[in-house]
Each structure stands twice: as structure tokens, then as C-alpha cells.
Design a protein around this ligand. Structure first.
Ligand code: URA
Ligand code: ZN
Length: 372
């Protein structure tokens, strides 16, 4: 019997090349092997993880084989009925490299992702990574090269761009190259908010505040800056997939719009000509896709309401958010997102099916077995 394809567009990996890079470093981000290698190495990913007062096994986060093993990714897909995954390098990508180092590592990582996908019988595609610390000609050079890699469907992008954020005019050639290459931008958070906002008791709550609130706010601010600076006016065909159902963009889009309309600083409100020309509503309906990694039907409904039901795509965020009980095969985080989609669509089974796979197949031109 033919099956309905389920496509996971938000699923990460630290390929071997990247782990080698992290192991070679002593500054954040770096990988710390524990003595005797009895426990998984620790990824020191944020400056706050790099606390020499803590013993090595308590610094950063453990990076077990699920972060790099493709066999484990394929088993995970099988367990959860996922037909196809679009894999991407996990944060913090290559943001931290020097301008000289960036391009060669980007090429190595992207080639490894392509190799992984090309031996997967079309069950894997990828979003590439860019050498954002390099000159814009090296970045656009890599974008052009990606077009020769058969399984690349876009690029994953953090919120800092070339270091000054996504409203940086220096990003113009990069947006142009991505627009003409028709590569989707997967906008994903990493840096969160300044730790001071979490207060002196932050450590009592583990990663709850940075992951549940810092990540979505970081994404919301990055996308809003991109829109405010006119990126979508200059690049009307640019395509952006925003992680975690757009952060808080769906909920706050009315408020963002209203603040623009009431901003006296924008001369166009008094007959002048600054500020974005294409409204937020239009950009959300024409340039933006949202993933459904939001863990509630309310979040899925909000996403659908602002971008439309053809523009919301299922994801898992694997290998993050595994079950706390290590023996468990089914992941609560995945089940919550699948149920959220089904509940949000109710009787509209076809709508749910499209979010779970059909929309991604259409948007990314995936060759997927099944009857759709
Ligand atoms: N999800 C991610 O993609 N990255 C993290 O660091 C944590 C959760
Ligand atoms: Zn993610």
C-alpha cells in the first residue's frame, strides 16, 4: 500500500567534518573530550558554557552519536514514519571562523552533506551552510557552487548575517545570489537574548528560558529587521522559511505593523519615502514559509493564519529534544508536533497531510515515493 509522505524540513546534524573542526579548537565553540572517553564529549557552544570553575563533564552539553550518526537519523525517521528529511548543519554553523578559514570549511561541510544525501535513495536532501565571515564574493561563490550539488534545496542562516544582523546593506549581494539561485533561506536562531534578561536565578531553570523564549525572540527580531530594511522590496522573489513557526512573528505581526504605521520617524508616514514598501502581511503571504515546530495547535493555527495553509511545513528539530528516558524509541517532542498539526486542522485531513509533507515536496521539488 502506498504511504502518505511525511517530510521533516527541520532536522540537524553535526557531520564528521564539523566535529573535526570543533575538536581542533580551544575557543567557543569547541568540543571537549572527557578523560577515558567514557561519556560523550561536551559541546561548549555558548560563552556561558565555557566556565573553568565547572568540571569538564558539567560544561556545555553532551554530544552523543545521535548528533552525527546518519544511521541513527534514518532509524529515527523510520520510527516516526518520516519518509524524507531535509538535513541542515546545527548551530552555530560557521559563523565563528576567520574570513580565510570559512570558505574551505563551508565547501567541506556542504560536500559531506551532499555525499550523505546522494547515497540515501532520495530519502535525504539538505540545506547548505555559508561561509558568512568571508568576503561577499567568496560567499556568493559558494552559493553558485551549491547549484551543482543535486540535493541542496536551500541554505541555513543564523540571525547575525555577516556579523551586523540581517538588515546589513552589505548582505545585498548575498540576497541577490540566493534570489537568483532560487535557494530557500532557512532562518534559525542560535544566540538567544542577553543572559541578563533571565535574571540571577537563570541557572535554576536550565535551558528553559533561552530555548523557549530567547530563540523565538531572536528569530522575530532578525526577521523584522530584514523586513524593515527593505530586503523584500529589493528582492521580491526571496524565499524565507522561519524556524519554530516564525518565533513570535505570527502573534506579533499586527503589533509590528501598527508600530510602523505610527512611527513619525518614517518620513513616508508624512508623505516621504522610507521604511518597507511591501507590507508585512504581503511579505508573509508571498515570501515566507513557517515550520510547524511549535508544539501546540494554537501555534500551528497562528502560523496558518498568517502565511496560509500551503506554507506551513512539518519539522522535528532532531536530534534536539530527545526523550528523557533513554530507552524510549518514540520521541514526545515529535508526537506533540504531529498531534498539534492534526488537531489544528481537525476535519481538514488534506490540510494536515500537506503540512506533514505535501507542502515541502511542492516547495522544494522533492522526489518522494508515496501517493501524496
Ligand atoms: N535546537 C536547535 O536547533 N539548536 C539548539 O541549540 C537547541 C535546540
Ligand atoms: Zn533547529
Amino acid at each position: 500500500m502506498a504511504t502518505t509522505p511525511v517530510v521533516d524540513i527541520h532536522t540537524h546534524i553535526y557531520p564528521t567534518t564539523y566535529l573535526t573542526l570543533l575538536r581542533s579548537r580551544t575557543k567557543v565553540p569547541y568540543l571537549l573530550d572527557l578523560p577515558g572517553k567514557l561519556a560523550p564529549p561536551r559541546l561548549i557552544i555558548l560563552p556561558s558554557d565555557d566556565d573553568p570553575a565547572l568540571p569538564a563533564h558539567q560544561r556545555g552539553r553532551p554530544i552523543d552519536s545521535s548528533y552525527s550518526s546518519m544511521n541513527q537519523k534514518l532509524d529515527f525517521m523510520k520510527t516516526h514514519g518520516i519518509t524524507t528529511s531535509v538535513i541542515s548543519l546545527a548551530n552555530p554553523w560557521l559563523d565563528f571562523l576567520s574570513p580565510e578559514e570559512g570558505p574551505q570549511w563551508a565547501a567541506k561541510v556542504n560536500n559531506e552533506l551532499e555525499d550523505i544525501c546522494s547515497t540515501s535513495q532520495n530519502s535525504l536532501y539538505a540545506f547548505a551552510t555559508l561561509p558568512l565571515s568571508a568576503s561577499s564574493s567568496r560567499i556568493t561563490g559558494e552559493i553558485h557552487r551549491l547549484q551543482s550539488l543535486a540535493h541542496m534545496r536551500g541554505i541555513i542562516l543564523g540571525t547575525t548575517g555577516l556579523s551586523q544582523g540581517l538588515d546589513d546593506p552589505a548582505l545585498e549581494p548575498v540576497w541577490s545570489a540566493l534570489e537568483s539561485a532560487k535557494l530557500l533561506i532557512f532562518l534559525h536562531p542560535h544566540y538567544g537574548l542577553p543572559s541578563s534578561v533571565y535574571g540571577p536565578r537563570a541557572s535554576e531553570y536550565g535551558h528553559v528560558l533561552p530555548l523557549s523564549l530567547g530563540f523565538p525572540m531572536e528569530t522575530t527580531i532578525a526577521f523584522t529587521r530584514m523586513w524593515l530594511s527593505g530586503v523584500f522590496d529589493h528582492h521580491p522573489k526571496l524565499k524565507v522559511l522561519i524556524a519554530h513557526a516564525g518565533g513570535t512573528v505570527p502573534f506579533l505581526s499586527g503589533r509590528i505593523n501598527s508600530c510602523v504605521q505610527h512611527e513619525r520617524h518614517f518620513p513616508e508616514n508624512e508623505g516621504g519615502g522610507r521604511g518597507p514598501k511591501r507590507g508585512l502581511k504581503e511579505v508573509l503571504r508571498e515570501n515566507v514559509w513557517l515550520d510547524a515546530v511549535v508544539y501546540s495547535p494554537t501555534g500551528v493555527r497562528a502560523a496558518v493564519e498568517v502565511v496560509g495553509k500551503d506554507r506551513v511545513l512539518f519539522g522535528t528539530d532532531h536530534p534536539f529534544f530527545p526523550p528523557l528516558d533513554e530507552g524510549k524509541e518514540e520521541w514526545m517532542s515529535v508526537d506533540t508536533n504531529v498531534q498539534a498539526v492534526k488537531e489544528a486542522f481537525g476535519e481538514d485531513k488534506q490540510g494536515a497531510t500537506k503540512v506533514l509533507g505535501g507542502n515541502a515536496i511542492e516547495l522544494l521539488g522533492l522526489d518522494v515515493a508515496g501517493d501524496g
